[in-house]
Design a protein. Structure first.
Lengths: 264, 350
């Protein structure tokens, strides 16, 4: 684990969540180090989205605890999580296609680019352009004109701009929900480059996907989720891509054969 | 172009052949860069045409014709520009015409029936306009009924109330007042002789709303709420609050325009403001606003109002029966949207 702090950033222990009779999560454990990319893998219905929603403060877990830099935390709202340093890029990216790039980057956080006195504040366009350009070049993308509408960007560029926006406000944890699922291989590469740049900035990343081939080149470690349980956690290199892919599909029994989950 | 769609933008741009050279690139950028560009050229062309065809005796470019043109533009434009902000934020206000009529009728009505001073009457009327805007906004935000329907309802309601309390009779204002001078004074001498101060209100509203839209946080929220409500909300934009404020703004703008007209005509008929709702939307659309929200221009709406006013004025001066006004405005709307689409080739196609 590549820790540069003394403790891992996140330790999740025994997370469980029910919705009525449905057990969305039974028992999830994982650890996330600093400046580390964790590939969170699972098939549809494995509980990935429920886990994200817990981590981003949309609802609390029924059981288990989350330790943040060694201390137990309870996120009561997305605002709570955001203030601790959790940023999330959802699948829909939460961008507005008709709006200029710089307007998107600072959407909802316009304080960062306004000047003026008290309630009389206005957008400093020069600063906004510079900051937007910087935010985006920080994750390895060049833009020609921050005034350009997002709709003119390719899918990969838009994903990267959404990542740039999240990374700009210096989060400690960046959660990426299926960032590559709608992209071509070529565009996926671009997004992976952005993830790498974010990691170089010291940000820890949870990369959620059902496709191991997309996350394998970039991840440092993996956690496999199956039927609401984390069935295996291992560093890259321990298993081949094909083995990991098989593990996602075959689930717990297969994981046992590989020696996971026997101690509990 | 045989270029890979996924190549970085800079590469794509560099590899694009320099068609027609720098000059054309710059001109094209100017033409396509802003939503109001089409309206600007349209207004200029229309002005030249009318100046040419109107008979010389009562020409289109005479002082009296131009001042009348600008008065009509100002009154419609103030409403249209507020409506445009609301449209960019993704909503309609069809009640502006009724609100204009009702709130401005209140002023002479309270003076004649209850003996209020003009200032008190105007103050009450502002309060009424704000309340109507709040009601529109609250209904839209809490019930989630499309604003088109909500304000269609309030269009009928407030027009009905106005007809009810007026009995269909016009209310006259006999008295001279500073209040009317502030909003609709007609300049009596000097180089601007004949022009009305309402033009200054029009320009003032245009400058302030443009600034708000393009240079403030609230403006960013207006674009976002209309462009993609879901994204706006998940980035923490209080879309409901944005809409409430804008519904109040359109109502206030309708009252302002109504007050200007009270000063100009010294009378309020029960039909005052009828048809304004559609003319305001027409002006917004001519000015480049997108019907589904997320895109548009305050300046464009002002130019749209100018074009509608020019048609009104130009047809009269050309001796064409005013029945043809609707035909011309209708054709203009469709033409403008087509032109905006052509100019918008490089703009997002969504």
């Amino acid at each position: 684990m590549s820790t540069n702090g003394d403790r891992p950033l996140v330790e999740a222990k025994g997370i469980a969540k029910n919705f009525g009779r449905i057990e969305a999560l039974r028992k999830v454990d994982f650890t996330l180090g600093r400046a580390e990319v964790l590939g969170l893998l699972g098939d549809n219905g494995a509980g990935k989205s429920t886990l994200i929603k817990i981590l981003t403060g949309l609802f609390p877990p029924d059981k288990g605890e989350i330790q943040w830099e060694g201390e137990t935390v309870h996120f009561h709202s997305p605002r709570d999580a955001y203030e601790k340093g959790v940023a999330t890029v959802y699948q829909d990216l939460a961008i507005v296609d008709l709006m200029a790039i710089y307007r998107n980057v600072f959407l909802g956080r316009e304080e960062a680019i306004t000047k003026g006195l008290g309630p009389f504040r206005w957008i400093d366009r020069k600063k906004a352009h510079e900051q937007a350009r910087k935010a985006i070049s920080d994750i390895g993308i060049d833009i020609r004109d921050p005034e350009e509408a997002l709709a003119r960007m390719s899918g990969g560029e838009r994903q990267s701009i959404a990542i740039a926006r999240a990374a700009y406000f210096n989060p400690k944890l960046l959660i990426l929900d299926e960032p590559t699922s709608a992209l071509s291989l070529r565009q996926t590469e671009r997004v992976l480059k952005s993830v790498d740049e974010a990691r170089n900035k010291g940000i820890s990343i949870i990369f959620i996907t059902h496709n191991v081939y997309h996350v394998y080149p970039i991840a440092d470690r993996f956690v496999i989720l199956s039927h609401g349980e984390s069935i295996a956690e291992f560093p890259k290199g321990k298993h081949s891509r094909d083995e990991v892919a098989e593990l996602i599909v075959t689930g717990k029994e297969h994981a046992r054969k590989l020696g996971y989950g026997t101690e509990s | 172009m045989a270029l890979d769609e996924q190549a970085p933008l800079a590469e794509r741009e560099a590899a694009r052949p320099a068609r027609g050279g720098r000059w054309w690139t710059a001109t094209r950028g100017l033409l396509t860069g802003r939503p109001e560009t089409g309206a600007l050229f349209g207004a200029a062309v229309m002005f030249v045409i009318f100046a040419f065809i109107a008979p010389s005796s009562d020409t289109f470019t005479s002082r009296i014709a131009l001042s009348g043109l600008l008065s009509i533009t100002a009154e419609l434009g103030i409403v249209a520009m507020a409506v445009t902000l609301l449209m960019i934020a993704g909503h309609f206000d069809l009640s502006v015409g009724s609100v204009l009529g009702f709130s401005s009728f209140i002023v002479p009505y309270l003076m004649l029936e209850y003996g209020y001073s003009i200032w008190v009457a105007a103050l009450i009327a502002v309060g009424v306009a704000i309340s109507i805007g709040l009601i529109n906004g609250m209904l839209v935000v809490t019930t989630r009924i499309p604003s088109f329907i909500v304000t269609l309802g309030t269009l009928l309601i407030w027009r009905g109330v106005l007809l009810g309390i007026s009995g269909g009779e016009p209310a006259h204002v006999e008295q001279e007042s500073i209040l009317f001078k502030i909003f609709s004074y007609r300049i009596e001498s000097g180089p601007f002789r004949g022009y009305q101060v309402s033009v200054l209100w029009f320009i003032g509203v245009m400058v302030v709303l443009t600034f708000v839209l393009l240079r403030t946080r609230f403006g960013n929220w207006i674009f976002a709420s209309g462009g993609n409500e879901r994204s706006a909300r998940s980035m923490g934009v209080p879309a409901d609050r944005v809409w409430l404020v804008l519904f109040v703004l359109t109502a206030i703008a309708a009252f302002l325009s109504g007050l200007i007209q009270v000063g100009r005509f010294n009378v309020v008929e029960a039909t005052r403001g009828q048809g304004y709702e559609l003319q305001a939307i027409a002006a917004a659309v001519i000015g480049g606003a997108r019907l589904n929200g997320g895109y548009g221009s305050v300046v464009g709406a002002g130019l749209g109002a100018l074009m509608i006013a020019m048609i009104q004025q130009g047809l009269v001066l050309s001796g064409i029966a005013s029945y043809w006004l609707q035909v011309a405005v209708g054709a203009l709307i469709i033409g403008a949207v087509i032109v905006n689409q052509v100019l918008g080739r490089s703009r997002p196609q969504i």
